[in-house]
Design a protein around this ligand. Structure first.
Ligand SMILES: Cc1cc2nc3c(=O)[nH]c(=O)nc-3n(C[C@H](O)[C@H](O)[C@H](O)COP(=O)(O)OP(=O)(O)OC[C@H]3O[C@@H](n4cnc5c(N)ncnc54)[C@H](O)[C@@H]3O)c2cc1C
Length: 383
């Protein structure tokens, strides 16, 4: 066993951290208030993309840095501390939007779609959720009907992160309803394809600087060459993407909690009440100790799941555990951080309440924590 980062990983983390402090942290609260993804998109595509970071875990032969899923998790630890809009765009782009292409795509599809995403020239998105297909994702109502060399897509996806900004969409649609989950196929749909438009932008509790919109397909003709793998493999591709994505959400929860913890620690050392810094009260210092302990536990669960994934070992149970534990932890730690800052913690300009708002979604998307417990318990039953 080895708990140390490699030299390459450490150098990457150092450079990323420095970049985030200088270029991303200063405008994070302002971008959040704007409820507009444009600022985060600009950072992703014009500053991080050219460094190759949007392809950190994608293999080198497909334009990435080939540093594995551990480095994806390390990225999320850092980005999650400062800007959840950048983190959401980065995370979807490196997991949900691309894993189906990486693992289920043909060589031609990978060259055409994965390479530009890995090189940071295009952003990707993932369309699975529908009005009646959230936790029960197999209940897809979007259809894809074969017509010669094309499929005709009809239906609507909701809450899709990166929508309209992304150029490459991995979309699930039913090709044979009689087969249930085995009748779902995955397609790559390019922005600008006739019949593919975007609906309303969602207004949310948190992660304001990220974007979620509907994807609307009305007689949208997609080449059969854009189907990933065989017909009926779409659900499997989506579940694999979510397994990897949950490592990212676990890591993002750790990062977001770390951001809140650091602000709470700094405040606790400075804030004087009853003639001494509040950290000298055991009630506060034990709270900070618990926060640090919980963050540490979640961090190692995330890294373990990422390591299993990089080793080619089964990791679905561990990624569900890491996502679930880390996001539950994130809510507790961020709430305690607000508490430590007192009234200032509750105010918008205190910049800690943002972490609490941003923590909540981590318990919900990429499978709610109830669904994670279903995944975990089913895996445990089989052991
Ligand atoms: C900000 C945001 C970004 C998102 N980004 C994307 C994206 O990019 N792409 C995408 O495809 N989707 C995306 N989603 C969708 C997200 O993954 C779903 O919202 C989530 O999986 C839950 O589905 P649902 O909202 O339909 O909840 P429901 O399935 O309606 O669940 C409602 C409640 O019931 C519980 N529940 C459901 N079934 C069970 C059960 N069997 N046992 C116990 N409890 C149960 C759930 O845990 C939840 O508490 C996003 C959502 C949000 C809010």
């Amino acid at each position: 066993m080895n708990f140390e980062l490699t030299k390459e990983q450490q150098a990457y983390v150092d450079e990323l951290r420095d970049f985030l402090q200088k270029e991303v942290a200063p405008g994070a609260a302002e971008r959040d208030e704007s409820e507009d993804f444009s600022g985060a998109f600009d950072i992703l595509m014009n500053k991080m993309g050219p460094k190759g970071w949007l392809g950190v875990s994608i293999p080198k032969e497909y334009g990435g840095l080939g540093m594995g899923v551990i480095s994806y998790a390390l990225s999320m630890f850092e980005i999650g501390q400062v800007d959840s809009g950048v983190a959401a765009g980065f995370s979807v782009g490196l997991s949900l939007g691309t894993v189906p292409i990486q693992d289920f795509g043909s060589e031609e599809q990978k060259q055409k779609y994965l390479v530009p995403v890995a090189q940071g020239k295009k952003l990707s998105a993932f369309g699975l959720t529908e009005e009646n297909a959230g936790s029960d994702a197999a209940m897809q109502e979007t259809t894809a009907v074969r017509d010669g060399d094309d499929y005709i897509l009809n239906g609507k996806k909701i809450y899709i992160t990166n929508a309209e900004f992304a150029e490459v969409y991995t979309v699930m649609a039913m090709t044979d309803k009689s087969k249930g989950a085995n009748g779902i196929s995955a397609f790559i749909v390019e922005k600008g394809t006739p019949g593919f438009t975007f609906g309303k932008q969602e207004v949310k509790m948190g992660i304001w600087s990220s974007v979620q919109k509907e994807l609307i397909f009305e007689n949208c003709r997609v080449p059969a060459a854009n189907r990933l793998s065989e017909e009926g493999k779409g659900f499997k591709a989506a579940m694999k993407a979510l397994d990897v994505g949950r490592i990212g959400i676990g890591a993002l929860s750790v990062g977001n909690a770390m951001g809140a913890y650091k602000k709470a620690m700094a405040f606790a050392k400075e804030r004087i009440t009853f003639g001494k810094p509040i950290i000298t009260n055991q009630a506060i210092s034990f709270m900070l100790a618990d926060m640090a302990m919980q963050i540490e536990a979640a961090k190692w669960m995330v890294l373990h799941a990422a390591w299993l994934c990089d080793q080619g070992k089964p990791f679905g149970k561990e990624s569900a555990m890491a996502k679930c534990f880390a996001s539950d932890m994130g809510m507790k730690v961020c709430s305690d951080a607000v508490q430590i800052l007192g009234g200032k913690g509750y105010l918008r300009d205190g910049d800690v309440e943002r972490h609490l708002r941003d923590a909540k979604i981590q318990q919900i998307y990429e499978g709610t924590n109830q669904v994670q417990r279903m995944v975990i318990s089913r895996a445990l039953e089989k052991e």
